[in-house]
Design a binder for this molecule. Structure first.
Ligand SMILES: Cc1cc2nc3c(=O)[nH]c(=O)nc-3n(C[C@H](O)[C@H](O)[C@H](O)COP(=O)(O)O)c2cc1C
Length: 189
């Protein structure tokens, strides 16, 4: 599988470490990585990891302002292999579910769905209200893949990074990325 152009959006949900580790894994595997970090995504990234937007953008191929609706991903004609919203806030989920594209995250996701490209949303929210559940059903019906940030334990994680990577590897496997091979369940012992 060759290098891909992947757009990663980080929104203002808790769990910015998921986006951070996905971005780094995609870059390490030689992919072209573009990012959009929403205003509240930026705040949670800084608060939860100590990393600021500029530092993260410097690690990727291109960073966009969430308010720049003239940026390439605002058009379906711009080629992307996939888009991942990680972490995905309930507000951004609601916008995507209803086609309410008031920023570049929502518009790029809307374009991904209309162009029938891969769109992966990674929500962290818990518990879920009926609106959240219905919005997840709506985006799934429209073609998106919802991968909740629910770490697995069968691989016997030793660190927080191990736990986080169990979610990141699920995303990579759906991207068919040339990232590190995800751990596979091979049966009891
Ligand atoms: C520290 C912090 C943690 C948050 N965690 C969540 C969360 O886990 N899920 C969520 O939907 N919103 C969460 N929010 C609220 C969102 O940031 C808020 O709804 C925001 O409008 C989302 O906008 P965005 O999707 O454009 O980033 C959190 C806010 C802060 C400041």
């Amino acid at each position: 599988m060759g290098a891909k152009r992947v757009l990663v959006a980080m929104t203002g949900a808790s769990g910015s470490i998921y986006g951070l580790r996905l971005i780094r894994a995609l870059k390490a595997a030689g992919n072209e990585v573009q990012v959009i970090i929403s205003r509240w995504g930026e705040e949670t990234l800084k608060y939860e990891t100590g990393i600021d937007r500029e530092t993260l953008v410097a690690e990727v191929d291109r960073g966009y302002d969430e308010n720049d609706l003239s940026a390439p991903p605002a058009s379906g004609s711009y080629h992307l292999d996939a888009m991942v919203v990680i972490p995905c806030s309930m507000k951004t989920l609601a916008g995507i579910a209803h086609g309410y594209a008031d920023n570049l995250v929502g518009r790029a996701a809307d374009c991904s769905l209309k162009e029938r490209r891969k769109l992966i949303l990674v929500p962290r929210e818990s518990p879920l209200n009926l609106i959240h559940i219905r919005n997840m059903a709506t985006v799934t019906e429209a073609g998106a893949i919802v991968i909740p940030a629910s770490p697995a334990f069968w691989h016997r994680p030793k660190t927080i990074e191990d736990l986080v990577d169990s979610v990141v590897e699920r995303v990579l496997s759906h991207l068919s990325s040339a990232g590190e091979k995800a751990a596979e369940w091979t049966g009891l012992d």
